[in-house]
Design a binder for this molecule. Structure first.
Ligand code: GDP
Ligand code: ZN
Length: 298
């Protein structure tokens, strides 16, 4: 399913695009039950029109709390194979805290992530003396793909294309880091599908905004729907959080308590490592900030 309007959605199958009706229950629950990227089971009525009969289980999702009903999940996109977290050197200044938050939220939604650092043309001539590059060291050490790109010089664009090949992908990141520019560089001749997505505005009325599915050669799809570039954390528990900081894993085996939260306990190997510099202090501080922001009982 590639786009939703009120009461209808646009589906792609066998290389064709068709409009499909939504049963009433799905229309009402639309933003949690149905999202761009969902796989559907359809029935064709005798009149010839298609109706959604079932939304199939999702293997990954990006969600955020509904702005009107905070306990309600709004799924922004489903069944993503990869999310590219885009950051930039210098303009705007590298925001590692935000990068950490994106990585946590993606891991929580089961979406594999990759880090792209764009605007590499703004790196200092002597790369070893560049403080922003130095701050990226902990991310280069993570198990996920890491790429430098520059839309200006073309650096890294072929590698990025290879990383996306055959996948359904989303680009996330702060505004101004170059997401639109990267899309343009990846596919100068975009075969752009433009759909309409119905969302609720602050007064609870339906407004129509655009969702785009960019299709690149090689069966790559890039989903760009409203809100997806800067989504938030959805229903994360304190107990789950540390699991999303992969480098904490081996250290935490040496914590005194095996249910150590790495926040206040004595003899915490994670905190010790952050203090003596074997663990990146910035990553640990983001962990603590997110930890404090989560409800203790959840
Ligand atoms: P978005 O908000 O993430 O979609 O960012 P845009 O694609 O709109 O880019 C923001 C600004 O950064 C624009 O002025 C771009 O021309 C500029 N920009 C994008 N990529 C690069 C790059 O690789 N190097 C430099 N120097 N500027 C870039
Ligand atoms: Zn600990």
């Amino acid at each position: 399913m590639i786009a939703i309007t009120r009461g209808q959605c646009e589906v792609e199958f066998d290389g064709r695009f068709e409009l499909c009706h939504l049963p009433k229950a799905l229309t009402l629950a639309q933003q949690s039950e149905l999202a761009v990227g969902d796989r559907l089971r359809l029935i064709r009525r005798p009149s010839g029109e298609l109706v959604v009969s079932q939304v199939l289980p999702r293997w990954s999702r990006l969600s955020r709390p509904d702005p009107l009903l905070v306990h309600r999940e709004r799924v922004l996109a489903a069944n993503l194979d990869l999310a590219i977290v885009v950051t930039a050197l210098r303009k705007p200044a590298l925001a590692t805290g935000l990068l950490d938050r994106f990585l946590v939220a993606l891991a929580h939604g089961g979406v594999p992530a990759a880090v792209v650092v764009n605007k590499y043309d703004l790196a200092e001539a002597d790369e070893r003396a560049d403080p922003e590059l130095a701050r990226l060291a902990p991310y280069r050490a993570l198990a996920i793909p890491f790429l430098f790109t520059s839309v200006k010089t073309g650096r890294g664009i072929p590698d990025l294309l290879a990383l996306l090949a055959g996948k359904t992908v989303v680009f996330v990141g702060h505004s101004g880091v170059g997401k639109s520019s990267l899309l343009g560089a990846l596919a100068p001749e975009l075969d752009v599908r433009v759909g309409e997505v119905s969302t609720l505005n602050s007064r609870g009325r339906h407004t129509t905004t655009r969702a785009r599915i960019y299709r690149l050669p090689g069966d790559t799809r890039i989903i760009d729907t409203p809100g997806i570039r800067e989504f938030g954390l959805w229903q994360l528990s304190r107990a789950e959080l540390a699991g999303y900081f992969e480098e904490f894993g081996p250290l935490s085996q040496s914590c005194r308590f095996n249910d150590c939260s790495h926040s206040h306990e004595p003899n915490c190997a994670v905190r010790d490592a952050a203090e003596n510099g074997t663990l990146d202090r910035g990553r640990y501080e983001t962990y603590l900030r997110i930890f404090e922001s989560l409800d203790a009982e959840r």
